[in-house]
Design a binder for this molecule. Structure first.
Ligand SMILES: [Zn+2]
Length: 188
């Protein structure tokens, strides 16, 4: 898709520290890493949200996410790994092309799950039961999209600028380690 940063990376029009590639999936280091080995895993074909993806393609993508999680964990000798994926503006999705974040985690940074960015909310039993029923009713229901996002050209510009200032040396080291881990672990 034109003007999509990740489509441009897939097409080789924007450079990226690629760690894995096959016919349908590309993985590369995040240009704004939250931790060493922070990797993005994207489908090569443009889909804005996970819900738009055919089940089979979503399944294949997640299979690669799991492989990359194993490789990144080993590559940077992490203690754990967080995987996150956001859909829609309300969820904080900035680049409108499906992507999973694979983020190695370390005990010394304070063991905090990514879901803790939203405070826990007390919900009455009847609300929980109602939610269970509604989710059950909607499994297999026609697809509903998240609220449309506004065009956010400024944010995309900001990301391109960050790319130029990124610490290339450390990324190179991380990529080398991921490459080594790939050699050991990848079997497809
Ligand atoms: Zn795209």
């Amino acid at each position: 898709m034109e003007d999509c940063v990740f489509c441009k990376i897939v097409a080789g029009q924007i450079p990226a520290k690629k760690v894995y590639e096959d016919s349908t999936v590309l993985a590369f280091l995040d240009i704004n890493p939250r931790n060493p080995g922070h990797t993005l895993v994207v489908p090569k074909k443009h889909y804005e949200t996970l819900m738009q993806m055919p089940e089979k393609e979503a399944g294949e993508l997640f299979e690669r996410v799991k492989k990359l999680a194993q490789a990144a964990l080993k590559a940077v000798s992490a203690d754990g790994v967080s995987i996150s994926q956001s859909n829609g503006r309300a969820a904080g999705q900035i680049i409108p092309h499906v992507h999973f974040h694979v983020i190695p985690r370390f005990l010394n940074e304070g063991p905090v799950g990514l879901e803790n960015i939203l405070p826990g909310k007390k919900m009455p039993e009847e609300v929980l039961n109602d939610t269970v029923n509604k989710i059950k009713q909607n499994i297999g229901a026609p697809q509903t999209e998240p609220a449309p996002r506004e065009e956010k050209q400024e944010e995309i510009k900001e990301i391109e600028i960050e790319e130029e200032t990124v610490n290339d040396k450390r990324l190179d080291e991380d990529m080398k380690k991921l490459d080594e881990a790939n050699d050991i672990d990848f079997d497809f």
